[in-house]
Ligand binder design. Structure first.
Ligand code: UDP
Length: 406
């Protein structure tokens, strides 16, 4: 695994030097992260890389995953959907069960750290049991908070206000709350298997494995099978393009252990694909980082047609590979794409289809978008920047003398 020093070639040495200076200052702090899944989705993707990097900087850093059964995850997925504006209502019984599972987890997880990052709503109730130490609690929100439904918002607000700070991924998500709010966008790791440079032979072998024809244009979306990623909308856009251009569509994704809706969405996707031999629906196991990397690198255009999106790591991943990306102008995506400069932002199926045709027909323009997009990601959305932001936030809770007393 890459070490922090290995990033200097990409970021410049000064970025790495700053990280070691901050790590040194924070070396007496214990930092703990808690989320609801060890694999699948962007949160697990980032924590897998971030935890070892904190440790390399000399900052003790741990990661706990809460446990819950089917009923808990059905409720939390419903919460997720309601926060993204979907019309659902909750019974008191559901809220009670949610809090009961949080209480049970608070008994099995040890909270002896100085700064606790609670990721997303699933473990938010843990804040009720602050540890014995005078610890600082941060709620790290990864989801699109632009239009939450009132009932769920009021329920969560009560918990968010028990934290010392709340982190959102984009300015559009900030809310009127009595807690200090911080903007920290997610990031990708350029040296992970998901993003590192790949040998051309390996890329070819992945496309051969799935029998995808590299001589014809390939449109790809990598996402969990989730309604909010709009895979059916991607198929509809592809079908409009297909009338004019002989292209192929790759929809590749797996599930997350905390997402119970995947199978139903997949059934809808298969129905919409309607046995089209040029649509490749790939169900990838969690250990598919190299294959995803290869699929992104070998595609003509990469899509992220989400209806809501906290950030959309897949956008940054594709831009990092200098790919032309067409993505919906929702949530955190416009932070990553400046329209017609470093990618394309769209608002409809028709608009998406139009731009797919344009980029396939104008490869030079498409390459220019990819090149600009790459540089934007390099400067703003690499893991070294997020590591620095988390360290600065953790340090901001303590004066120099507090740290010496720890
Ligand atoms: N991903 C993956 N396998 C899949 C689908 C997605 O490894 O089958 C990865 C994807 O490459 C990205 C992350 O999971 O790194 C998804 O993060 P994103 O922010 O795009 O969406 P989320 O799933 O968190 O809503």
């Amino acid at each position: 695994m890459a070490t922090v020093k290995d990033y200097a070639d990409i970021t410049g040495q000064s970025v790495i030097d700053e990280l070691f200076i901050l790590g040194d200052r924070a070396s007496r702090l214990k930092i703990q992260h808690v989320n609801s899944t060890a694999v699948g989705g962007g949160v697990a993707e980032i924590l897998t890389r971030l935890i070892p990097m904190f440790c390399q900087l000399g900052v003790t850093s741990t990661w706990d995953v809460i446990k819950g059964g089917d009923r808990f995850y059905l409720i939390t997925k419903k919460m997720h959907n309601a926060l993204h504006g979907v019309d659902v209502t909750f019974t008191q019984d559901e809220f009670d069960y949610f809090l009961q599972i949080n209480r049970e987890n608070s008994e099995s997880i040890v909270f002896d750290s100085d700064v606790v990052f609670i990721h997303d709503p699933q473990p938010i109730g843990l804040v009720d049991v602050r540890g014995k130490r005078d610890s600082k609690w941060v709620w790290r929100c990864h989801i699109d908070f632009s239009e939450p439904k009132e009932q769920i918002w009021l329920f969560l607000k009560n918990y968010i206000e028990k934290f010392d700070s709340a982190i959102f991924s984009a300015p559009a998500f900030s809310r009127s709350i009595a807690t200090r709010q911080v903007l920290i966008s997610p990031s990708i790791d350029p040296l992970s298997d998901k993003n590192k440079d790949l040998d051309q032979n390996y890329i070819d072998s992945v496309f051969n494995k799935y029998k995808i024809d590299r001589s014809r244009p390939i449109i790809t979306q990598i996402s969990r099978f989730d309604y909010l990623k709009d895979p059916v909308g991607v198929i509809q856009a592809y079908k409009q393009v297909k009338r004019y251009i002989d292209c192929q569509l790759v929809l590749a994704g797996g599930g997350a252990t905390d997402d119970p809706e995947g199978e139903k969405v997949l059934a809808d996707v298969n129905k919409a694909a309607d046995d089209d031999k040029d649509i490749f629906i790939l169900l990838l196991p969690p250990s598919s980082d190299l294959e995803i990397n290869a699929l992104q690198r070998g595609s003509t255009v990469v899509m992220q047609k989400s209806l809501r999106e906290g950030f959309g790591l897949t956008v940054a991943e594709a831009l990092w590979k200098s790919k032309p990306v067409i993505a919906s102008a929702v949530g955190g995506i416009p932070l990553q794409i400046k329209h017609k400069y470093g990618g394309i932002l769209t608002h409809s199926i028709e608009g998406t289809a139009y731009w797919i045709k344009q980029l396939i027909n104008e490869p030079k323009y498409a390459a220019e978008l990819g090149k600009n997009g790459y540089e934007h990601i390099r400067q703003n959305f690499l893991i070294t920047r997020q590591l620095r932001d988390y360290l600065l936030l953790a340090l901001s809770f303590y004066t120099d003398s507090d740290i010496i007393d720890l």
